[in-house]
Design a protein around this ligand. Structure first.
Ligand code: BAL
Ligand code: ZN
Length: 871
């Protein structure tokens, strides 16, 4: 497979002044007539032929200035159209292609989802609609005429503003013309046609312009679109207030479809969403779903400035829009909800998804230097680590210079296809700082490991901190350089934070580590403190700090930084878990730790239930794997976690049931963060009760299912039951499956919950789930619910010693690759930690990967992941 390299970037040989698309929608015979106005780019190769990208296209005709071009004057394949004879001036090229949206199961380009015509063009889907210069630095103005059967598709939507609509005389067809005045790359193109319901309102922008905003959903689901509309309105207001960014078109439409590869897509003025991130009602969506909708709606909306108005020069710059936009949506959620709770949740996601990626065969820098399939780089590294780099930048230059830098970036790059260098340049200008060393974060893969040692000198009243940083080699990068690492810190005693008297620490308590090792000394330190380092997770690094449990408990109770309070408990628990995995019995120590958590719970449960729930949630299996590193025994990890939770439950038992009862819901459901926080603690308590007393847990869970007034309570109770084998569980599953048989998004939760049951019989259960009438291999949400949950979240069964878990995924991948390569490749990233597993597991995983690799006609997506995983 050809490799695309950043260093080979060359400007396009042609500009496109404008494009006019005439799309006549039909389930199997859609016609696309594209007229592009072209001229040579003076910066390109003056003798280059016109080479347009295609993908599985059927060409019907080619015209230049309205004249049919003879087939001898061009070379056309489904993958490209090369024209060698054309006028050396501005000219119109008209291309007609024929598409079959119904047969398009890759869900890239134009396809049908439940009868709705929709498109997905990022990264390279537009070339599946027409031949084009499908690269993000070719930006142009689009006018789209969309035509369809009036009954089949009464709603016709496009990018930009609506211009005109009407009936096609003497037919049952109608049309709509949309014009987008903002030049954009092809990946932001979109159309939708279907029989849709919508909710909408008028949004007044900060300069007083009226914008019609609307959320379109499948017929009959209009009552589930209100929260998305509300989140959209709040996002628009927030971007005005926080970054001074105003919306720029007369309309903004969001459309939810049920078959979608990604979460959502930021097409200009016409965001298309996976319905999972739009549809919500208290009966069908959990608190987590509501939070997800809020953040994805915000994310896609924020792309209007960070992604659309300023786009990427090439796909290597993907983090320019994604890392920055994730940062923006995280800040939005933090402002709308509890900032510490959001931050800890984001860090948990980063550690669970990005850290393993950075430590495995698929590790790559936030700005990768090369790719063979760009779809495989929509990763946790580009998105989540990319967001952390933006956050570090803010920490390093300060909030004022950061905001000024964003203004400079918006002013200087608006309307362009930009690079990371353009972005960082704006902050060099606003801060007056040289960011060239910081920029190495974008090119170096791997998670830096920081070791910190503290020494107190009681006589001199000084406290010294020694830092070292090391990053392990990653594929293609055998040696690593020291990075610029902002260390936000404090010195904590039982009376709280000490003043920081140290010239190396700025007024915000930040020390910048930019060497392999460095030390700092604090003066006037009145008593021996406990260092609190990497407050608020100030850098995406792993930290080793020699603190004993007593010190960590001091942080849990007294640290002014909520993240490090939470981290202190996590560190204690992780250490205990690792020792247990190694065969130690740590009962007495676990009990002591649990007693501290009991005290903590008594103090914080009432005032901050959401934070309490986070502290009481023990480290995940993935945290333990990362701590241990290699020769992983999944069964031992599972067992240790179970024992730890049992002991915690038993020590907390005096408060569990009373607190659980006191948090019972009164009044109607509201998805707000405070109410959700109470539910999260209550549901965690139910889980703890069941850990140690399954009879009591079963009884309470069944009662909670009966009394639940919303899906959060209902599903949490079902989750608790799912860990207790027996009739109660099976009956509850059956009931739930029946009750929601017509609710695919609800069934996805039910699919996933069953797929992660850590029991040998789960393989048969998965087989049965895929026989459910609601299951469809063609729908990414269903496949992710069953196989994604199994492979990513069922540690013991996916990594079974008999290899049957790996085989299950391999069998699915071989089948699915012919239908949807993008989803197949994504699922196979679950093999990313196969070399960490112990003995026989590795051999089974390798055999499964090799079996996939040996398939004929493997897609580029799947082949890329499999090859890199085996390398
Ligand atoms: N651009 C693809 C989906 C997203 O990150 O918004
Ligand atoms: Zn995005």
């Amino acid at each position: 497979t050809p490799i695309v390299r950043l260093e080979d970037y060359r400007p396009s040989d042609f500009h496109i002044e404008k494009v006019h698309l005439d799309i006549s929608l039909h389930p199997t015979e859609t016609r696309v007539i594209s007229t592009i106005t072209l001229l040579r780019n003076p910066a390109g190769n003056p003798s280059a032929p016109l080479a347009l990208d295609g993908d599985e296209l059927v060409l019907k005709s080619v015209k230049i200035e309205g004249e049919e071009v003879s087939p001898s004057d061009y070379e056309a394949t489904p993958q490209s159209l090369v024209i060698r004879k054309f006028p050396e001036r501005v000219f119109d090229l008209t291309i007609e292609t024929a598409l079959n949206p119904t047969a398009n199961t890759k869900l890239m380009g134009l396809y049908r989802s439940n009868g709705i015509y929709c498109t997905q063009c990022e990264a390279e889907g537009f070339r599946r609609i027409t031949y084009f210069l499908d690269r993000p630095d070719v930006m142009t103005v689009y006018t789209t005429r969309l035509e369809a059967d009036r009954n089949d598709a009464p709603v016709l939507l496009g990018n930009g503003n609506p211009n005109e609509r009407g009936d096609v005389p003497d037919s049952n067809r109608h049309y709509a013309i949309w014009h987008d005045p903002f030049p954009k790359p092809a990946y932001l193109f979109a159309v939708v046609g279907g029989n849709l319901d919508h909710v909408g309102k008028t949004f007044k922008t900060m300069s007083g312009r009226d914008v019609d905003i609307a959320v379109y959903v499948e017929k009959g689901k209009g009552d589930r679109a209100d929260y998305a509309l509300d989140a959209l309105e709040r996002s628009m207001r927030w971007d005005e207030q926080t970054f001074g960014r105003e919306y720029d078109l007369e309309v903004f439409n969001v459309v939810a479809v049920s078959d979608f590869n990604m979460g959502a897509m930021e097409n200009k003025g016409l965001n298309i969403f996976n319905d999972k991130y739009v549809l919500a009602s208290s009966e069908t969506a959990t608190d987590g779903d509501y939070a997800g909708i809020e953040s994805v709606i915000a994310h896609e909306y924020f792309h209007n400035w960070t992604g659309n108005r300023i786009t990427c020069r090439d796909w290597f710059q993907l983090c320019l829009k994604e890392g920055l936009t994730v940062f923006r949506d995280q800040e939005f959620s933090a402002d709308e909800r509890s900032r510490p709770v959001c931050r800890i949740s984001d860090i948990k996601t980063l550690r669970a998804r990005q850290f393993p990626e950075d430590a495995g065969p698929l590790a790559h820098p936030v700005r990768p230097p090369q790719y063979s399939e760009i779809n495989n780089f929509y990763t946790a590294t580009v998105y989540e680590k990319g967001a952390e780099l933006v956050r570090m930048l803010k920490t390093l230059i300060g909030a004022d210079a950061f905001r000024k830098g964003m203004d400079i970036y918006f002013d200087s790059c608006d309307g362009t296809a930009a690079t990371m260098e353009d972005f960082l340049g704006a902050f060099e200008q606003s801060s007056g700082k040289d960011l060239s060393h910081f920029a190495k974060w974008y090119g170096q893969a791997g998670t830096p490991h920081i070791t910190v040692k503290g020494h107190y000198d009681a006589t001199a009243k000084t406290y010294k901190l020694d830092f070292t940083q090391v990053t392990q080699p990653t594929p293609g990068q055998p040696s690593k350089e020291p990075l610029v690492i902002p260390v936000s810190l404090g010195l904590v005693t039982s009376k709280g934070d000490l003043p920081l008297d140290c010239s190396s620490v700025n007024e915000n308590g930040v020390f910048v580590l930019d060497k392999a090792s460095d030390s700092i000394v604090f003066s006037n330190v009145s008593e021996e403190p406990v260092p609190s380092v990497f407050r608020n997770f100030s850098a995406p690094v792993k930290v080793s700090l020699e603190l004993d449990s007593k010190d960590l408990l001091t942080l849990l109770v007294h640290d002014s930084d909520p993240f490090n309070r939470w981290q202190a408990a996590q560190t204690i628990a992780t250490r205990l878990l690792v020792r247990m995995v190694n065969g130690e019995d740590c009962k007495a120590e676990i009990e002591a730790f649990a007693s501290s958590l009991l005290e903590f719970t008594n103090e914080t449960a009432a005032s901050d239930p959401a934070f309490t729930a986070l502290v009481l949630t023990m480290p995940g299996e993935s945290d333990i794997i990362q701590e241990i590193g290699s020769d992983i025994d999944p069964d031992a990890i599972f067992k240790s976690r179970t024992i730890l939770k049992r002991i915690l439950s038993s020590v907390l038992s005096p408060v569990l049931v009373p607190l659980y009862n006191s948090l019972a819901n009164t009044g109607p459901y509201s998805p707000d963060a405070a109410s959700a926080g109470k539910r999260s603690l209550r549901n965690l308590l139910l889980d703890l009760i069941a850990c140690n007393n399954s009879a009591e847990g079963e009884k309470l869970a069944q009662a909670q299912i009966q009394s639940a007034t919303n899906m959060t309570e209902h599903f949490a109770a079902l989750s608790v039951l799912s860990h207790i084998p027996g009739n109660a569980r099976e009956n509850a599953f059956t009931e739930f499956g029946k009750r929601y048989s017509n609710e695919p998004l609800v069934l996805d939760k039910w699919f996933a919950l069953q797929a992660v049951i850590p029991e040998e019989s789960v393989l048969g259960r998965i087989e049965r789930l895929t026989q459910n009438p609601a299951y469809a291999i063609s729908n990414p949400n269903r496949v992710r619910a069953v196989y994604g949950a199994f492979a990513m979240s069922n540690l013991t069964q996916f990594n079974r010693a008999d290899g049957k878990g790996y085989d299950l995924l391999a069998d699915l991948a071989i089948k699915l690759d012919k239908i949807n390569p993008q989803i197949t490749a994504r699922l196979l990233t679950a093999f990313g930690s196969w070399r960490r597993m112990n003995g026989v597991r590795q051999a089974h995983a390798e055999a499964a990967l090799k079996r996939i690799a040996a398939q004929p006609d493997l897609s580029r997506d799947t082949s890329d992941i499999v090859q890199r995983s085996l390398a």
